[in-house]
Design a protein around this ligand. Structure first.
Ligand SMILES: [Zn+2]
Length: 215
């Protein structure tokens, strides 16, 4: 299913893509900075930029839609609903990471979104492989529910909860696709180095204490 974000870079146009899954990259549009949680989708313009960065929209389509949607009051209404849904999804993912079940309400909500915003999917040739991908692009703001709903449905049904994880140093969630299943942080560049430096300093302090005691 068309769920992996199509961009390998960690950051694209100011958005974070380390989730290995479109639903998690969507969740990670509210990461934590030094000043606290940061909303990366504050307006319709940012939403369209994220849809382009995540591969849901082509850059060309994004350009057309941003002009159209900026003038539409329903686009802001949609964005508010989308962000509320994102926070409900966050609660579900946190429960999944703790191996707790998904609530019936959230299942019903996702099913309702899937019913009212069905996805058109099609086989696409990717080199020698065939992949099942979304074949329709949103026209109206509400159409964005389709790719979001199918990604969330896939996350909750097709992914082992044991591979869902939160970074040890921040609130970013990711799907651990490493062979050993031992990924611990969102990114080596963002949190990995921070943890390694902290662990090194702790070891150094402990060694210092030991030396002083030994004297
Ligand atoms: Zn992190």
């Amino acid at each position: 299913m068309p769920v992996a974000s199509k961009v390998p870079d960690e950051w694209k146009d100011g958005f974070l893509f380390v989730g290995n899954h479109l639903a998690l990259d969507f969740l990670n549009t509210r990461p934590i900075s030094a000043e606290g949680p940061k909303e990366l989708l504050p307006d319709v313009d940012a939403l369209v930029r994220w849809l382009v960065a995540s591969g849901v929209l082509t850059p060309q389509k994004g350009k057309t839609l941003v002009k159209k949607w900026q003038a539409m009051p329903e686009a802001s209404v949609f964005l508010r609903e989308l962000l509320k849904f994102r926070e409900r999804l966050r609660a579900v993912v946190i429960r999944q990471e703790a191996r707790l079940s998904v609530s019936n309400e959230f299942i019903a909500e996702t099913n309702s979104l899937l019913k009212h915003h069905p996805s058109v999917i099609a086989l696409q040739q990717k080199g020698k492989k065939l992949e099942l991908e979304a074949a329709s692009e949103p026209e109206k703001p509400n159409d964005v529910w389709a790719p979001i709903a199918i990604a969330v449905a896939e996350l909750l049904s097709g992914v082992s909860p044991g591979r869902l994880r939160k970074c040890e140093a921040c609130i970013v969630h990711f799907l651990d696709t490493s062979k050993k299943g031992s990924r611990r942080w969102c990114s080596m560049n963002i949190c990995g180095n921070k943890i390694k430096v902290a662990a090194y300093q702790k070891r150094k302090r402990a060694a210092g204490k030991k030396m002083r005691r030994g004297r």
